[in-house]
Ligand binder design. Structure first.
Ligand SMILES: Nc1ncnc2c1ncn2[C@@H]1O[C@H](COP(=O)(O)OP(=O)(O)OP(=O)(O)O)[C@@H](O)[C@H]1O
Ligand SMILES: [Mg+2]
Length: 227
């Protein structure tokens, strides 16, 4: 589903090598934790999958397609196949929970008659149907993050990427977020979660990929976590 072939990424301005000769194959339906110290290259790796960044060397393939070949509208279509969750929720402040979700559906080009059922389904999935009419500032940090996950899921993407999604959450809320990712995984999606949180990895023993100073130093299917 996602394939990195000898990928090196250098940020041109600072000449920082954020990733160096990374090989990684993530199969459809896999759940992978991406771990590593701050600055190891986790966000950069996710940026390459979204085609927000281009490799300096090597290639990134998504569903068999070299992302390098995608241009214009096809980049937007590519991004629609991916649900993305950030550390901070990035919800639109002047729109309610429901409006944030319908806005995402509009951007995705989903027909209006489908909106209500989709919004209800994802809000049920994250346990927040009762907050439909709340504005982001009326939510707790954990609730806002669950809405951000609902937004990432509302288009039913085959791939979910999350960058440090529990960084601002207490342990109970972090585990609630993990439960949502588990259910997404159980429904067949491919899930890649970048995290520092050791307890998260321990709570769901899955494949763990370890980055260290831009290099992939460990790929452990037993779910062992060590940096
Ligand atoms: N836009 C940028 N321009 C130049 N260098 C960058 C840029 N973004 C990141 N870097 C550098 O690339 C390296 C990898 O950064 P990246 O953000 O991918 O790490 P990370 O593993 O996500 O870290 P964290 O856990 O702190 O989020 C770091 O050395 C960082 O300083
Ligand atoms: Mg990061």
């Amino acid at each position: 589903m996602i394939h990195f072939h000898r990928v090196t990424l250098e940020y041109p301005r600072t000449r920082t090598k954020a990733l160096f000769d990374v090989n990684l194959e993530i199969k459809k339906g896999e759940f992978v934790f991406l771990v590593g110290h701050s600055g190891a290259g986790k966000s950069s790796l996710l940026g390459l999958i979204l085609k927000r960044l281009e490799p300096t060397q090597g290639a990134v393939y998504f569903a068999g397609e070299n992302l390098k070949a995608l241009r214009g509208d096809r980049v937007a279509l590519h991004r629609r196949r991916i649900g993305m969750v950030f550390q901070d929720h990035r919800l639109l402040k002047d729109r309610t929970v429901e409006e944030n979700l319908t806005f995402a559906l509009q951007v995705l080009g989903v027909a209006r008659p489908e909106w209500e059922a989709r919004v209800t389904r994802v809000l049920r999935q994250v346990g927040l149907v009762h907050k439909k009419r709340a504005y982001p500032e009326e939510l707790s940090v954990g609730e806002a993050q669950r809405v951000a996950i609902a937004r990432a899921l509302v288009g039913d993407p085959p791939v979910l990427l999350a960058d440090e999604p529990t960084g601002n959450l207490d342990p109970a809320n972090a585990l609630a977020v993990l439960e949502i990712f588990k259910s997404v995984h159980a429904r067949g999606a491919t899930v890649l979660v970048a995290t520092h949180a050791r307890d998260l990895v321990e709570a769901y023993p899955q494949r763990v990929v370890v980055l260290k100073s831009g290099q992939l130093v460990r790929d452990d299917r037993e779910g062992c976590y060590s940096l």
